[in-house]
Design a protein around this ligand. Structure first.
Ligand code: FAD
Length: 323
């Protein structure tokens, strides 16, 4: 099978970002996943086991002491080096700010075809085909690169699958960087949310509330149900705009894309921009007092009724079962 390169994005402490697991899973649907990891000299091997556990069959470590000094350039060079040495059939990066820039610059350097904001990948008749959800989820379309190496940016959270752990092999190469034309990082701070709840991105269960929760106090029902189920909290844009919950909980076209096993939509109408961020959830449960709300069109289970009466009863029932 052909090699498929995956760019490993890292946190400030050098740990691979969890989104890499979804990229590796996507790569495993196309060929042999090769994780390309930029690391400080002597440290790259520390995370190889994690990447192998996520399904990387080869961990390609590019070591440079410029890792946390230069913005994106090390990642571009690492991918270019890996492309020259591993002759991949495609390159996958996250559709993050780093991934988009690294992907575009790589495509330019290697004469590749850039496919952006992809929500699914497959091989069709020997050709790599990417799935896109466009115009706020109004249309699904397929695309493929007509020539050159496909460089694919994958929407974060769109691929919730995980690959089987792999018996990986590992290669470490030094990366020679000419910093003259690079953007230099002068300071970086990680902002951490102080919460015991699961992070929305990548969560297996998400409880989302919309304008129908009525108020910031009413939104507490979303939080209570989330805590009962050990779920992350999501929201519609209307709930965010109304100040019920901070913006980083917004699900949808201009928020976060999620693909959990279970998604609750409480008092959410199901506007197309909201659906764009959650419609690939495996099971969708909607509670809405309007039987004609569009959310019921994609729900696996729909309950027509008032959230303020149904949700407390649901929490009570779940708590009594847990006792
Ligand atoms: P509403 O549409 O007002 O729906 C509220 C629902 O609650 C209704 O269906 C109502 O029947 C129900 N309800 C009311 N009271 C109760 C009750 N007591 N019990 C049960 N049900 C009740 N939206 C997003 O969510 N995410 C995005 O990323 C996003 N991006 C956008 C980008 C653009 C460019 C634009 C133009 C819009 C975007 N929107 C986005 C906004 C989107 O179009 C909708 O306005 C928004 O999703 C509506 O949120 P809502 O469903 O909470 O509110």
């Amino acid at each position: 099978m052909s090699n498929i390169l995956v760019l490993v994005e890292t946190a400030l402490n050098g740990e691979p970002a969890a989104s890499t697991a979804g990229l590796i899973a996507a790569a495993s649907q196309l060929g042999t996943p090769v994780a390309v990891h930029v690391a400080m000299p002597g440290t790259g091997g520390q995370h190889a086991a994690t990447l192998g556990h996520w399904g990387a069959e080869h961990v390609y470590v590019c070591e440079t002491d410029q890792t946390d000094r230069l913005l994106v350039t090390p990642q571009v060079l690492a991918l270019e080096t890996a492309v020259r040495n591993m002759e991949p059939a495609a390159v996958l990066v996250a559709n993050s700010s780093t991934g988009r820039e690294a992907g575009a610059r790589l495509a330019l350097r290697v004469g590749g075809g850039l496919l952006t904001d992809v929500v699914g990948v497959r091989v069709d008749d020997g050709r790599i085909v990417t799935a896109h959800s466009v115009f706020g989820g109004s249309y699904d379309l397929d695309a493929s690169a007509q020539y050159g190496l496909p460089v694919i940016t994958v929407r974060q959270g769109a691929i919730g699958d995980r690959a089987e752990p792999a018996n990986y092999e590992s290669t470490t190469v030094p990366l020679e960087i000419e910093p003259a034309n690079s953007v230099v990082i002068t300071a970086a701070h990680e902002t951490a949310e102080n919460s015991t709840r699961p992070a929305l991105r990548g969560a297996k269960k998400v409880i989302s509330g919309g304008r129908g929760m009525g108020s910031k106090d009413g939104f507490q029902l979303v939080e209570r149900l989330a805590d009962t189920l050990g779920a992350a909290i999501g929201a519609s844009r209307a709930a965010v705009d109304a100040g019920y919950v901070p913006q980083h909980h917004q699900v949808g076209q201009t928020g976060i894309t999620v693909a959990p096993d279970l998604y609750f939509a409480l008092g959410i109408s199901g506007a197309i921009q909201h659906r764009a961020g959650m419609q690939t959830a495996k099971t969708i449960i909607a509670i809405n007092k309007d039987a004609d709300a569009p959310i019921f069109g994609i729900a696996d289970l729909g309950i027509v009724g008032d959230v303020s009466t149904i949700v407390p009863r649901l929490i009570e029932e779940l708590e009594s079962q847990a006792r």
